[in-house]
Design a binder for this molecule. Sequence first.
Ligand code: SAJ
Length: 402
Amino acid sequence: MIGVIGLGYIGLPTALILAANGNPVTGIDYNPAIMEALNRRELTFREEGLDKLFQRAVEHGIVFAAKYPQADVYIISVPSPYDKTSKKVDVSYIANAVEQVLEVCPKDCVVVIESTVSPGSIDKHIRPLVRSSGKSVKLAHAPERIIPGSMLYELEHNSRTIGVDDPETGELLRGIYGSFCKGEIVLTDIRSAEMSKVVENTFRDINIAFANELAKICRSDDMDVYEIIRIANKHPRVNILQPGPGVGGHCISVDPWFLVGDYPGLANIVLAARKINDSMPEFVLERMEEIMRENGLSNLSRVGLYGLTYKENVDDVRESPTLQLLECMRRHLAQPLLCYDPMVKKEITDLQVYSLKRFLDAVDFVVVMVGHQEIIQNRDLLRGKIVLDTRRCLRDVPVYSL
Ligand code: SAJ
């Protein structure tokens, strides 16, 4: 039996795909709201294809429980945030889950940590817990790599890294992950698995930072950054990412800090990239002020932010650039702005509306912070408005860019 602990954005799809492919699975989460929803057969977030996978997992007998079961393999997918002061990874959720596993687990079970951690974290923080329990438990690290918006495709097709201490555990886990993963399964040691995952997200953060820095350079000297990136990317060895209003989500905006926290003085490009990406909401604010001046607008109550999620077509608002922008405005003591996001039904800001029509009726200046399909499909409704498109997602409508 496989126990999947933490049924959030990663744990839930993992538990479901394992069950749907014939593995006996119990999903565990300490949040009663999540457990109640799943036991009512309701999903807790939106993701393409997840409803059908849920159905298949239920047909194969997936169980959701609050109590840790006896299992042969435990997969831990709980948050691993960073401490905002020290910049180091906070492993307390993982440690707490492992401690609870150790109370119930049978001899020789395997505990796989999927949550992203900095290199050496498992040796430093988790192995001592196992040692002091006196139990014979194998540890492994199989960092998740799936991208929200295309999670199920990537769960099945991405290559998978599994860090282990011995080849037998590696082969056991190759069998389990291979029950759904068609990509290459790469076995390595635990520290290399930890580091490679952090490095992957850091690589992307640095490349987005480069695009964002180019956006600032081009704006300062009246060049079109999108045209320049488009041309540069025609070079066979150049692939610049897209500038945007900032980097959000719980991965790319978090994981590079682990390197900064653990290797101060060495992780220099990493730190610079984080600073550039974190400065983008403020840059958007400056652009907004410029555009308002140019158009003789002074009333912030007629300005609205379209999009609250961290990127297009997902409902996840964690670390979102829009929330960073609102925070930045609060620091400047500016009044809050009207916000709208078709993917977000919960109230998360002071001034939020829940229909595109009400939003557009209330504002003259629309700042598109997220390129959801909804706004692209309804772009004609923006005619007559002043629009700052921070994502370059709108075509055929006159807009301002970053
Ligand atoms: N963004 C840009 N410009 C770009 C691409 C992205 O500004 O050209 C922004 C997005 O709008 C968003 C942020 O960056 O705010 C991050 O989005 P993302 O789509 O790049 O990545 P995530 O956070 O959704 O998922 C990443 C993925 N990592 C890599 O691509 C290396 C995913 O594979 C990981 O599984 C995930 O982090 C994770 O959980 O670690």
